[in-house]
Design a protein. Structure first.
Length: 431
């Protein structure tokens, strides 16, 4: 039986404003957080381990033939080839023993006692430091970070529930024990109806607002079906037991394009007014992030409400492997929010990710890879099917989620009735 602590949880986060002067507390917290990161970093050990890595070469028939002759392991990924090799690499080991933890807390408390703030802020800072370093390690192992110590830049404090108590619709935060408490009233907050029956788990204190995280045990849901999603530049194309679905991502793309042009104009101004341009660029980036986050949340909420009890099957897309020498193509890829959409969906529905290889190219009727992929169509040489490439990919992802094999009788009885006449046509197979 699963313990209460290990039960999966649902999380909702909402923000309320405040007018308290908490800059002193936040600066002290930032200092102790960085001290914790420094101390853990100093005591990390680097262990040499065998590692599988890869380099990328341009896709070419001669290159593929040569790699096969050399017996090298490789994978074709779009217009690129990932060639794998084995090497030895230094991997960091983060110290997590009880003895080290006690020593770390004692060192930090020697500084923190002079501030007068509650000692539990040190425990929150240590916990946050470990989260930061574990995240850095995961990205370092993937090759996305260099061997550089993380720096705490954001002026915010992530606070566990030992430092506050909730009385009705008021949250009371301890700053200095028995001397200073801050009270936050959220009785008139717009989100109150959405968190009935939820409890406050953690809070994040910032200069002008407080982010409250509400949690509850995840309710078990009966799976009502499967929907496969093909992620594209402007749309999410889905296929489920009830038929096709299309969600537009054009507004997301428009947001990125708009703020990209605003940044370009401000960067030109930076030669004449560098400080002004720097402040404006920070604001532009923050607004872009906020608008993107808001729209992603609305899109995923709409999808979750439309398909609440479905397993949502998506491709495990890696943007790093999609870049090539075309600057325009690389910029379009960099503006995509595929991972953010998947991450937001995970909070609302059951999500399954699959290998994206051949989802577009493979014929969704007979399963053949002998196809011609055009700009809009996939043409199968084996069975003669001509189908919209995005619909074809969505069907393949759906079949993978249902663990069904490609069969012509399955296509005729299950897939074909759910398609519109313009989605596909047929011609004699090319033998």
């Amino acid at each position: 039986m699963q313990s209460m602590q290990n039960m999966p949880k649902e999380v909702k986060a909402y923000k309320i404003g405040h007018s308290y002067d908490v800059r002193g507390l936040l600066i002290s917290y930032q200092w102790v957080l960085q001290m914790a990161i420094n101390e853990i970093w100093r005591n990390m050990s680097w262990v040499e381990k065998p590692w599988k890595n890869y380099y990328i070469v341009k896709k070419d028939d001669k290159a593929i033939k040569l790699l096969r002759m050399q017996g090298k392991e490789f994978r074709v990924n779009g217009k690129q080839i990932k060639v794998y090799y084995h090497a030895k690499r230094l991997i960091p080991e983060i110290p997590e023993s009880n003895e080290f933890g006690k020593g770390l807390r004692n060192k930090l408390m020697a500084f923190w006692r002079h501030t007068g703030y509650a000692a539990h802020y040190v425990d929150s800072a240590i916990r946050m430091a470990y989260q930061v370093l574990r995240s850095w390690k995961a990205n370092y192992v993937k090759g996305l970070r260099k061997r550089r110590k993380p720096i705490a830049k954001r002026l915010a404090a992530r606070i566990k529930n030992t430092l506050f108590r909730v009385r009705g619709n008021k949250l009371v935060l301890t700053v200095i024990p028995r001397k200073l408490y801050l009270e936050f009233d959220f009785s008139k907050a717009w989100f109150l109806d959405r968190v009935k029956g939820w409890r406050v788990g953690e809070i994040i204190l910032r200069k002008r607002d407080l982010i409250m995280m509400f949690t509850r045990e995840r309710r078990s849901r009966d799976v009502g079906g499967v929907i496969g999603w093909d992620m594209n530049e402007y749309t999410m194309d889905g296929f489920s037991d009830t038929g096709k679905e299309k969600v537009s991502l054009r507004k997301l793309h428009w947001i990125h394009e708009t703020y990209y042009e605003m940044r370009r104009k401000m960067q030109k101004l930076s030669r004449k007014k560098p400080k002004y341009a720097e402040r404006k660029l920070e604001r532009i980036s923050e607004r872009e992030r906020n608008r993107t986050r808001d729209l992603v949340n609305k899109l995923t909420t709409m999808i979750a409400r439309r398909y609440p009890n479905h397993i949502h099957v998506l491709e495990d897309l890696d943007k790093e492997g999609m870049y090539n020498r075309d600057k325009g193509h690389n910029r379009r890829i960099s503006l995509q929010n595929w991972r953010a959409i998947v991450k937001a969906l995970r909070y609302k529905v059951k999500v399954k990710e699959i290998d994206p290889r051949h989802t577009t190219r493979q014929c969704s009727r007979c399963g053949s890879l002998a196809t011609i992929v055009d700009k809009r169509k996939v043409i199968c040489k084996n069975c003669g099917l001509i189908i919209d490439r995005q619909v074809n990919a969505a069907i393949n992802i759906y079949l993978s989620g249902r663990k069904l094999k490609h069969r012509k009788d399955l296509w005729e009885t299950v897939i074909r009735p759910k398609l519109a006449p313009g989605d596909y046509c047929e011609k004699p197979a090319m033998r």
